[in-house]
Design a binder for this molecule. Structure first.
Ligand code: UT7
Length: 355
């Protein structure tokens, strides 16, 4: 009998502070009108500094997912944590989440995924393989981000800063023999050609390679410690994410439809059979373009970027959870997930909704 993976529980967490577009105008030269017109975003949530972290938000979402699946934390045998804004450079958030949840058994392994916007889809695919081989029975997959601590709030950083928000989403994956409640297919892609076009490149081990030494003020002093973080990096604001927005936009609108078609073809399904499409919430204009390409009506797509901004690895599980809570995703529905982002990496998944 064939084994599939099913989403058996889901949860989300959004911090309470609402950062509106208007409030951002206190820090940078931008406007509510520009942000809404170019991105669809009206507001985003920010975590409480010194109290909340990527891991603690992930833990809140996880507790709800665990409860929703009707299991106990001790049942979890594998944690997958996708984020680009971890609590520490290392160790990863997976082990911190294990500690935060109070999971004491060391048989529960923890893995961190660094695939940015497509981190959740990558994590879903990894979890699916481990479930199908029979290695794990209860996998906790989390996407969480705390962007607000690491953005450039000057006008120079406005293109990136206005789009990002904080939050977390989590799912529990379990085995099933019933195809009608399982993940049907996942498709993953990457292309490192444009790695630096959407990246936070410092601090890191590159020492100026890839981009030219002068940009970072690296000095040949013979002291290996000089190259990790330089004063010039701090002065020039190089410790912030940077993005070639137009290139990312143009590539995204090509890759989203391609990778969704790949999943449809693999399963012999047509776009009209999709009951709910949840795209990574990068930009409402990207989501609308993809929706049009697929010929989907508004009730078959769920977007919430208007309220939460782009929460990177957390955006799909947050939107999926909200759509489920609102009754827009029902047991037996064919759900399509797709993401594109930094790397570049992109991916899709088609699944039958199980709960
Ligand atoms: O989830 C990860 C993947 N990320 C994405 O998918 C993001 C994809 N890219 C985008 O969503 C869009 O490129 C952005 C929303 C980031 C930017 O929108 P855009 O329409 O591509 O704007 P642009 O960068 O071409 O800038 C157009 C103008 C510029 O002014 P000039 O040179 O025409 O005078 C910018 O300086 O808009 C200006 N601008 C802003 N103005 C007010 C850029 N950011 C802002 C801002 N507020 N926040």
């Amino acid at each position: 009998m064939k084994t599939y993976s099913k989403i058996a529980g889901i949860g989300k967490y959004l911090p309470s502070y609402v950062m509106t577009n208007n409030e951002l105008t206190n820090y940078m030269d931008t406007s509510d009108e520009w942000i809404q017109e170019r991105t669809g975003i009206k507001e985003r949530r920010y975590a409480k500094k010194h109290e909340e972290t990527t891991t603690t938000m992930g833990a809140e979402a996880s507790k709800k997912a665990i409860e929703s699946a009707g299991i106990s934390k001790e049942d979890i045998d594998f944690i997958i944590f996708a984020t680009l804004s971890p609590d520490y450079y290392f160790p990863g958030c997976g082990v911190l989440l294990q500690r935060e949840l109070g999971i004491t058994k060391s048989e529960c392994a923890a893995l961190d995924i660094r695939n940015q916007c497509s981190g959740f889809v990558y994590g879903l695919s990894v979890a699916d393989q481990f479930i199908k081989t029979g290695m794990y029975k209860n996998i906790l997959l989390v996407g969480a981000e705390m962007h607000s601590m690491g953005l450039d709030y000057s006008t120079e950083g406005r293109t990136v800063t206005v789009i990002f928000g904080d939050g977390a989403g989590a799912v529990i994956l379990q085995p099933t023999n019933d195809e009608n409640e399982g993940i049907l297919t996942t498709h993953l892609h990457s292309d490192g050609t444009h790695a630096e076009e959407l990246a936070m490149i410092s601090p890191g081990s590159h020492g100026g390679k890839h981009l030219g030494k002068d940009k970072f003020g690296f000095e040949e002093t013979g002291n290996p410690g000089d190259i990790f973080v330089t004063q010039k990096m701090l002065d020039d604001g190089l410790l912030f994410p940077n993005m070639n927005g137009q290139l990312v936009f143009k590539t995204a609108v090509t890759k989203f439809p391609e990778v969704i078609q790949e999943a449809l073809q693999k399963t012999g399904k047509s776009p009209s059979e999709i009951d709910m499409f949840i795209p990574h919430q990068a930009n409402l204009r990207i989501a609308s373009f993809v929706q049009k390409q697929l010929g989907l009506s508004d009730d078959k797509v769920y977007n919430n970027i208007q309220k939460y901004g782009n929460t990177t690895a957390a955006s799909i599980p947050i939107a999926l959870c909200e759509a489920y809570e609102l009754g827009k995703v029902k047991k037996g529905d064919l759900v399509c997930l797709a993401a594109f982002g930094s790397g570049f990496t992109w991916g899709s998944a088609l699944l039958n909704w199980a709960i």
